[in-house]
Design a protein around this ligand. Structure first.
Ligand SMILES: C[S@@+](CC[C@H](N)C(=O)[O-])C[C@H]1O[C@@H](n2cnc3c(N)ncnc32)[C@H](O)[C@@H]1O
Length: 244
């Protein structure tokens, strides 16, 4: 499958998530054997939010990351989830209404390439499974860094380009390319969305390449965690204070 670039890619991604929105959560749980929530918890834990910390979940989708962040605060209005696709945000809001604890984050519709926030606003800015989908990784990352306060954290949960270096990783690649698209088709009725997923990972960056980009735009104290045969990674970095 060929991945479009620029405006075409943005439009493709937008339409795809509109189509699969209703089955998105179910598909996540099934294809990751329920592990996806654990990865998101690691992402939020590593945000290391202070009391009354401000947290931005970029490309919140149906809100999983924002909900986890809201669990840990009594000020859920300081947790913001933003996404390009109104249908995903609408589902996040619907899910909040069904939850027992009414800690609903603030939902917004917007593009990660141009975030509607002042510079240095958030204590932590996180994205889960976004960066493969953007048209310009460096520009998206710069925008996330801009709205993070100095000393705050920038976090990325993403599927890196599989390196096939271990038997487990090669096995995962087979699963990702052959089983996931069929499962996705059966669950969502969409033939292409879950072909796009492995294809977008193949054209994405390796863990090392993404770390280099993070470093090159001035982020510091980088580290990462890898899961499921190195097929998923959580990257953590700190925005330096001015003049350091
Ligand atoms: C794979 S989903 C991840 C959703 C959520 N973060 C999660 O963990 O389930 C990717 C999300 O990125 C959103 N997205 C894609 N491009 C975007 C952009 N340029 N700005 C904001 N959101 C974007 C899509 O609408 C979709 O909800």
């Amino acid at each position: 499958m060929r991945i479009a670039s620029g405006g075409q890619k943005r439009q493709y991604v937008q339409k795809m998530f509109e189509r699969i929105a209703l089955r998105y959560d179910l598909m996540n749980r099934l294809m990751t054997f329920g592990q996806d929530l654990r990865w998101r918890r690691v992402l939020v834990r590593e945000a290391n939010l202070p009391r009354a910390g401000r947290f931005l979940d970029v490309a919140t989708g149906t809100g999983d990351v924002a909900f986890i962040a809201a669990e840990g605060t009594d000020q859920p209005d300081l947790i913001v989830g933003i996404d390009l696709v109104p249908k995903m945000v609408h589902l996040a809001h619907k899910r909040a209404k069904k939850r027992v604890c009414h800690r609903e984050p603030v939902w917004m519709i917007g593009d990660t390439m141009c975030l509607p926030f002042a510079s240095d606003t958030f204590d932590a800015v996180a994205s889960a499974f976004l960066m493969r989908n953007v048209t310009d990784v460096v520009a998206a990352l710069r925008e996330q860094v801009r709205v993070t306060r100095p000393g705050g954290r920038v976090l990325i949960l993403e599927v890196p380009r599989p390196d096939g270096r271990t038997f487990g990783n090669r096995l995962f690649r087979l699963y990702f390319h052959w089983i996931v698209p069929v499962l996705g088709w059966l669950i969502t009725g969409d033939k292409n969305a879950y072909k796009y997923l492995p294809a977008s990972a193949e054209t994405f960056l390796t863990v090392g390449q993404l770390q280099s980009i993070m470093k090159s735009i001035g982020l510091g104290e980088l580290y990462h965690y890898s899961f499921m045969f190195d097929s998923v990674a959580v990257h953590v970095a700190i925005k330096p204070h001015k003049g350091t």
